[in-house]
Structures are given as structure tokens and as C-alpha cells.
Design a protein around this ligand. Sequence first.
Ligand code: DLL
Length: 444
Amino acid sequence: MNPLASIRQPTTRMLDPAAETMPRRDLAALQLARLKTSLERAYGVPHMRKRFDELGVTPAHLKTLADIRHFPFTGKADLRDNYPFGLFAVPREKVVRLHASSGTTGKPIVVGYTAADIALWASLMARSLTSAGVTPEDIVHVAYGYGLFTGGLGAHYGAEALGCTVVPVSGGMTERQVTLMRDFGANVLCCTPSYALNIAEVAATSGIRIEDLKLRVGVFGAEPWSEAMRHALETHLGLRAVDIYGLSEILGPGVACECTEQAGLHGWEDNFLFEIVDPKTMEPLPLGDTGELVITTLTKEALPMVRYRTRDITRLVEEPCACGRTHIRIMRVTGRDDDMMIIRGVNVYPSQVESVLVGLPGIAPHYQLVLTRSHALDQVTVEVEITADAPRDDASREKIGREVQHRIKSTVGISCGVVTKLPGEVPRSQGKAVRVKDLRHVPS
Ligand code: DLL
């Protein structure tokens, strides 16, 4: 880590120590009691009742937490098929907020919140921010998008609930972001890691140095990112970069967040039940195994979710964390199972390629993967960018390209083409980065 970041050590306060350090046995008892209520709430929704009936289960069948395995999974399709409000468990009049995610195909996913849900979300976001090292004295610059996306308003309500001074900038107009961050003296930056990188780059080109900024903590999430990217962001922005996780269907940001130990994201188990299942067989996996994260909400009113398939691949760790929190840790999400590429039989996530690229001398931390198909085989070309100070002649660029190719082959295990682009040629992110350009179905 760069020396500035270590000087600006965040604090390790807890917002709700009683809840956050609850002994695991008490936590399990609380989960069981809350799960019963939540299943009953879901059972009141006609579509969910049908799903329960198909499997011959009612909420009364839940005797232990492990019994959750007898209940039906829910997925994006359930939300889509019941568009827009069909899965709400309360009358529409009780819903005070709607959010939606556009998705790649068809109808958006619509999610609703009662006033109590919004209060819960704000409190879990405030808890998450505190665990990331944010304090009520901080100025929080929110550059997650505001609107139907949950990032902006989620971070906003959480930071406000914590008592911070919130700057609701949303995404875009990056030069202005940098100026405001400097002029207002923001201590905390909330945005996607790819946008943070864009901000860092614009700051550098505008002549703003780390010392001109008062950033101490970065609360970065909404997309997969690597340890290498964490290191780059900490170095470029002089802050401690903390990972935050969430999804609209479950709450938005604040389902889980790292603490200042930066050793996995505490999933807030007093409000959610986390499982890992084998994405093929859908069978629960033993603790510690890698698989698909499945989440059941325990306290949400408007949209209770039962065994929601996140598609996110990770593993859970129950060992105590040095911070003292007892809640389970969700290890860094490597990617979604639908982002996984299979290149000549090898499973690859874009974030694995990122781990190799970011930090390589002469290579800027901006990249895209281009997928094509030739003779029924998928091929990947990695588009990387050379740094502004790297030599630009063909021979040097080729040499760098070969180096990248070699590293990807030896670390990730795939053979790929590499195109070395000039500074600024790889598109910059304003929110969630588009890492993969899939041209497999484009006629050549
Ligand atoms: O991205 C909520 C959010 C906003 C989380 C701001 C964190 C910060 P959706 O747009 O519904 O919600 O997208 C959810 O994004 O299933 C993951 O695939 C991915 N994702 C979210 N956080 C992380 C993370 C928001 N920390 C989807 N690491 C999720 C990796 C993440 N992937």
C-alpha cells in the first residue's frame, strides 16, 4: 500500500456492536425466528404459494435453519414473470419506493420497499460504511448512479443515517467530480471500482495530486474487482479501498461489506440467510466450498425473497474475524456464473484476467475482453492499454503484448490474443464497467 494510505488509517468502530458481535448460536436462533415470519410473508404471495405448494412445503415445515433446503429457489425469472408488482407481499399503497435493474434482455426487474424496508436499508448501509471505516465526521462523495439503480440512493441514505455530510454527485462529468472532491474535502468516495479508476485518471490529468484530496476510504462495489485493482486504487487515490456487495433483488448495496481488515465481506446475518449451492445440481455445499450464493431475506416486508439465486460465485467463511464481528464472511465475488467464459474447456472470469493485467509495468489498468467464435471454438482477445510513459513503437508494443499473453497463459491457463492499445483507447467506465464484448453471434 502507498505510504499516504497507511497514514490515513480508518477507524474500526461498530455501529451496532450488540448485533455485529452476537454469538453465532444466538445469531442462528434469531435467524430461525425471523425466517419463519419471512416465509409466512412470502407464502402470502400467490406466486410464491404456488411454488411452495409444488414442492409440498408450507412455512410450518421449517423446524431448523437447515430445513431451508426444502424450500423453493427464486430467480430473476420469477420477478420478470410477475412484472411489475406481482411478488410484492404488501398492498402497493404501502410501498414507498421502487427501484429497477434494466437487465440485458426483456423486462426490467422491479423491486419495492416499505418505509420500514427503507429504514432497514439505511441502517445496514450505515453499518456497512462504519465497518469500512467511515465516521459521522466524514464528507461522503457519492458517485454511484442515482435513479432506478440502487447504488446512489443506497449509499446516500446510509451515509446520511450515519450523520455524514453527503455529496450526491451521481456518476458522470468526471472532471467536475474531481474538482468537487478537492474543494469540499471529501474523505470518502463511494462508486464502482472501475469508475474510481476513471476518477483517479482524470484527477491526475487535471493536475490534482493525492495530497490535494482528503480521501481516506473508498467504498467500492457493484461489480467484480481484483486484489490487483484494490492495490492500484489505494495507490492512485491514497485511500483504503473496501469492497461492498449487494443486489437490487435483495436490498441494494449493504447486504455485505468488508471491515477494515479487508478479509472478506461480512454478510449481515441478522437480516439475511446465506447459502452456497452447486449451480448445476442446486444442492447445498459444505461451508467453505465455492459455489453460487443464495440469499433469503429475514426482515424485508415489501419483497421477501426466498432462496434467491444470485448467480454470484463465491464461498463463505465462518471463522472469527480480527475485527470482532461474528457475521459470516462472503469472500470476494469472482464473477457471475453468466459472465463465466469457457475457453477451450477452461472456465475463466474477467476478474481473473484483471488480476494478471493490473500492475504489470507499462500496462494501464484499463482492459476489455473480446469474445469471438471460430470453427465452433470460443476465442478471447484481451485489449489492453499501454501507459502514457511506455514506448509506443510497434516492436515495444508487440513485446508487451507477448508478455501479457504469456502471463495470462501461465496464470489463468488460457491462450488468448492480445491487442495493445494507446492511452485512452480502451473505453472508460462511468458505472458498472463493460468488461466483455461478446461478438460470438455477430456475422464476420
Ligand atoms: O450493484 C447494488 C450495489 C450498488 C452493490 C453499489 C454495491 C455497491 P444490481 O445492479 O442489482 O445491484 O447488481 C447486483 O452486481 O449480483 C453482483 O453480480 C454484482 N456485484 C455487486 N456488488 C459486487 C461486488 C448492485 N462487491 C450484481 N463484487 C450482483 C462483485 C458485485 N460483484
